[in-house]
Design a protein around this ligand. Sequence first.
Ligand SMILES: N[C@@H](CCC(=O)N[C@@H](CS)C(=O)NCC(=O)O)C(=O)O
Length: 207
Amino acid sequence: MLKIWGRDNAPNVRKVLWACEEIGLAYQRIDIGGRFGGLNDPGYRALNPNGLIPTMEDDGFVLWEAHAILRYLASGPRGPALLPEDRGARALVDQWMDWQAIHQAAAVRDLGRLLRLGAPAPNAERFSAARAEAERVFELIEVQLAQRPYIAGDAFTLADIPLAIGAARWFDLPVERPPSTALAGWFKAVSARPAYKAVSATPLAGA
Ligand SMILES: N[C@@H](CCC(=O)N[C@@H](CS)C(=O)NCC(=O)O)C(=O)O
């Protein structure tokens, strides 16, 4: 059976669990990271030399980096619904997944860290820069979703998963957010999916 290492409230682990549920893949999840520790254990480092979660093992094949795992799972026999076959459509899915990892996730993480440190004081300037960047990335998504129901087009794809995990974190932050009709409507729709509900019992906690 597919094995997934990672605490279930980690944003990058939840992306993988959500994809498994969408695809209908059975998996065994092993708690590690956060309060469970274990990321520096030699056995875990042998699987994932980067020492983060998630890590996946499928019949002896080991893979880490959440989005690589998502693509691997969606490329299997049960996954095509999440990854369009058309070259351009698939490239758009890749574009949004890469953008999520580089821009959206970083914006939410940075703002969340500053808030946990007591922002806006004592780092008012860093806080307003982080908040401006978060507002920029979510406004960008708002504009896209005002034009199409899902981030990469007319259908739910793999790209919606990381974007929605980032959005869940944004909506959880104790900060004032600009109005976002399209983003809020899309998030309501994707978070109503049974696969999302199956893996979202606990609030997300970044690390
Ligand atoms: N680029 C990596 C990032 C992984 C990452 O940052 N994982 C976080 C959880 S979301 C982590 O391992 N944090 C340490 C911990 O949970 O103890 C990926 O996409 O897999």
